[in-house]
Design a protein around this ligand. Structure first.
Ligand code: XUL
Ligand code: CO
Length: 444
């Protein structure tokens, strides 16, 4: 039976009801095989661990166009034609989708939700109108906002950057957009606010003063933080690293670069990181490496869940289906005590050739099942396999004696030299990588 789960005048996904959990034996493509929201994993339910979010941009604004071809998908919520009417229809479709899918959170850019106006104040008014409607829809459906953000990369005024634009006039427009997006995020009870700097980078050092641009970026972030706090935003600010695309070299290259930047400018008290899997691979890292760098620094904020394609080098933003990746990500996140105010946001899009409306359900169902199953497997590995103990054991020589004194900074370089002579050649100890790797298959 199809339960009525839409709030607007029209049902955009007729024939699709609330997505049920049916278990791995089910052959219903529109059912979860592993994600069972109320199932306990340790002391939290899957829903509490996973904190899934769907994104507004790919799912409701993406039409399948690519640099070589026109849009391939017809979106029924675009039918009204006029921009604000289409924005309202899109919002109805979005909340119907969120509710039917059963994700507790969503994320948006200002321009996904409301169109650009003819002036700063017109854009602000349009966004406020749509935020009022979103606020009603949140009350009706129980949906919550994981994070809001401003699109500071789409408009041609940002061709040379937003906060790092060499023209101060462009910086002021970026500020106006962030101010309005922070107002919107606070009005909707957003738990985080994201900065992704797609145009904050450069194409040629010959025409770029990188030092000045980085100072501007840091100051822009300080001003945004202070404004957000002044209007009551108590959540976390997040920087989302990405090494390139659309800029040739983006300043927020990868996790360690961003961590260094935040510490250098004294921003690490308010800002954490939003790690996206496909951005990690573009930087030449694994998803779990980027997560590990954040947890080591105490700065893991949230996750943009997706995947790239191993045979090419751009941001394909596919739905995550790689269980090995999900397990390894979870091993890092669980060791850090979970995601706290972050979540798993599907910054992912269906393929250009996936033209059926139901495909956006299929993509999300697959992604949610992947991370639900990854959670269960990683939990079992942590509980039963001895992996954690074996990893600690590799460092046992620092737990007592001279090794412990080294960690306490009680030995100088000469003392280390004398110990080397006393100990003689260290034993060649196996790193046991194969044993560690085999555990994952064993617990699948
Ligand atoms: C782009 C990207 C963005 C951010 C939000 O690669 O990931 O959608 O997540 O601006
Ligand atoms: Co992203």
């Amino acid at each position: 039976m199809t339960q009525q789960v839409f709030t607007g005048d029209r049902e955009y996904f007729p024939g699709i009801g609330k997505i049920p959990y049916e278990g791995r034996e089910s052959d219903n493509p529109l059912a979860f095989k592993f994600y069972e929201p109320n199932r306990l994993v340790g002391d939290k339910t899957m829903e509490q661990h996973l904190r899934f979010a769907a994104c507004y941009w790919h799912t409701f604004c993406g039409k399948g166009g690519d640099p070589f071809g026109e849009d391939s998908r017809i979106l029924p919520w675009d039918e009204p034609g006029e921009a604000m009417a289409a924005a309202r229809a899109r919002m109805d479709a979005a909340f119907e989708f969120f509710t039917k899918l059963g994700v507790p959170y969503y994320c948006f850019h200002d321009r996904d939700m409301a169109p650009e106006g003819t002036s700063v104040s017109d854009s602000e008014r349009k966004l406020v109108t749509m935020v009022e409607l979103a606020s009603e829809r949140q009350k009706e459906t129980g949906m919550k906002l994981l994070w809001g953000t401003a699109n500071l990369f789409g408009h041609p005024r940002y061709i040379n950057g937003a906060a790092t634009n060499p023209d101060f006039a462009a910086v002021t427009h970026a500020a106006a957009q962030v101010k309005a997006a922070l107002d919107a995020t606070v009005a909707l009870g957003g738990e985080n606010y994201v900065f992704w700097g797609g145009r904050e980078g450069y194409a040629s050092l010959l025409n770029t003063d990188t030092r000045r641009e980085l100072d501007h970026l840091a100051h822009f972030l300080e001003l945004s933080r202070d404004y957000g706090r002044s209007i009551g935003f108590t959540g976390t600010y997040l920087i989302e690293p990405k090494p390139m695309e659309p800029s040739k070299h983006q300043y927020d290259f990868d996790a360690q670069t961003v961590i260094g930047f935040l510490r250098h400018y004294g921003l690490d008290g308010d800002f954490k990181l939003n790690i996206e899997a496909n951005h990690a691979t573009l930087a030449g890292h694994s998803f779990s490496h980027e997560l590990q760098m954040c947890t080591d620094a105490g700065l893991l904020g949230s996750i943009d869940a997706n995947r790239g394609d191993p045979q090419n080098g751009w941001d394909t933003d596919q739905f995550p289906t790689d269980l090995y990746d999900a397990i390894q990500a979870w091993l890092v996140v669980l060791a850090d005590g979970g995601l706290s105010s972050g979540g798993f946001n599907f910054d992912a899009k269906v393929r250009r050739e996936s033209v059926d409306l139901e495909d956006i359900f299929l993509g999300h169902i697959g992604g949610m099942d992947t991370f639900a199953r990854g959670l269960e497997v990683a939990w079992r590995i942590r509980e039963r396999s001895g992996l954690h103990r074996a990893k600690q054991q590799r460092y046992a020589s620092f737990d007592t004696g001279e090794g412990a004194r080294f960690e306490q900074a009680k030995l100088d370089l000469v003392a280390l030299r004398d110990l080397a002579e006393r100990h003689g050649e260290p034993a060649h100890t196996s790193g046991k990588q194969e044993w560690f790797e085999n555990l994952i298959n064993q617990y699948l």
